[in-house]
Design a protein around this ligand. Structure first.
Ligand code: C2E
Ligand code: MG
Ligand code: MG
Ligand code: MG
Length: 290
């Protein structure tokens, strides 16, 4: 790092930078071990309707580090992407999700789960084959297995992304655009790519309904999505006022701390079972009444 003092350039020793490089090397070594020793896990965050009924879930990777504790994907996904370790991590996540889907199926619970993909995973030619080998091994229908990719991923690799999206589309695997609205200003691509859902980025939801610019942006996104027959999910819903505003402009699917935080699989399963029991209880009551 260089500072300019008058005309003189002075190189400044930055202990902080050194620590972060050391951290990075350590983190990379740790990540190799994490993959080998099975320290990676997935949490599930429900996607719900306005009354809180669970419609699906997003799988979010977690790293249970023996010393650091739970490490956030924000801390290790970029490094994993840089080093290529992301592919192994991604395959692990895909496998864990398929195991869960298989297990829920035996309990007669069918719920779509979305897996996040980074650019390096998405453009890896083995991805589709790897997904199918897991779907087949666990008897999972492709319509329960969804993907989330960011807008910037698609647009920075548009030529390469299109055939990949087409093959997912052909195979019945839905793809959502994650963090929608933060990537590019061009909307033209929406009409050409086979996509199922726009996930409105949390940054637009955060200050609703006080921030009138954000209200206008979110309303415009909802309008475009409807016109293009895309589903919409509002990410990062934290308050009742946000939920009320989003509902009045016609958004019906939500994800956020107001409803649920991401949770370990056992907790999520308890929730699913409780919900499916209350649903069948409601069904029983209506049957008796008829
Ligand atoms: P994302 O896909 O946009 O996931 C949403 C993130 O927002 C999650 O953070 C979730 O915990 C958080 N979130 C959800 N609702 C709320 C809310 O109401 N308020 C706030 N403040 N936050 C909320 P998380 O789990 O830390 O994941 C961060 C990012 O890491 C994800 O963003 C995704 O881009 C990436 N990621 C997570 N799992 C994977 C994975 O398996 N593979 C890849 N390639 N990336 C992953
Ligand atoms: Mg996501
Ligand atoms: Mg997102
Ligand atoms: Mg995000």
């Amino acid at each position: 790092n260089a500072w300019l003092l008058g005309n003189q350039q002075i190189n400044v020793f930055q202990p902080k930078l050194q620590i972060s490089l050391k951290d990075k090397v350590e983190l990379e070594e740790d990540l190799h071990r994490a993959i080998e020793q099975d320290e990676l896990d997935v949490y599930f965050q429900p996607k719900v309707n306005a009354s809180g009924q669970i419609l699906g879930a997003e799988a979010l990777v977690r790293w249970q580090h023996p010393v650091r504790g739970l490490v956030s994907p924000i801390e290790f996904i970029p490094l994993a992407e840089e080093t290529g370790l992301i592919n192994k991590i991604g395959y692990r996540v895909i496998k864990l999700v398929c195991q869960c889907l298989e297990n829920w199926n035996t309990k007669n619970i069918q719920l779509p789960v979305a897996v996040n993909l980074s650019a390096r995973q998405f453009l890896n030619p083995s991805l589709l084959k790897e997904i199918w080998s897991n779907l087949n091994a666990h008897s999972v229908m492709p319509d329960l297995f969804e993907l989330e990719v960011t807008e910037s991923l698609l647009l920075e690799n548009l030529d390469a992304a299109l055939p990949v999206l087409n093959s997912f589309h052909q195979d019945g695997i839905k793809v959502s655009i994650d963090d929608f609205g933060t990537g590019y200003s061009s909307l033209a691509y929406l009409k050409t790519l086979p996509l199922s859902t726009l996930k409105i980025d949390r940054s637009f939801i955060k200050d609703l309904p006080q921030q009138t610019d954000d209200c206008a942006i979110v309303e415009a996104i909802a309008f475009i999505a409807k016109a293009l027959k895309l589903q919409v999910v509002a990410e990062g819903v934290e308050t009742i006022d946000q939920l009320k505003f989003l509902s009045t402009i016609g958004i019906t699917v939500f994800q956020g701390y107001y409803f649920y935080k991401p949770m370990p699989v056992l907790e999520f399963e308890r929730l699913l079972i409780a919900q499916s029991q209350s649903k069948s209880a409601i069904k029983e009551i209506t049957c008796r009444e008829n």
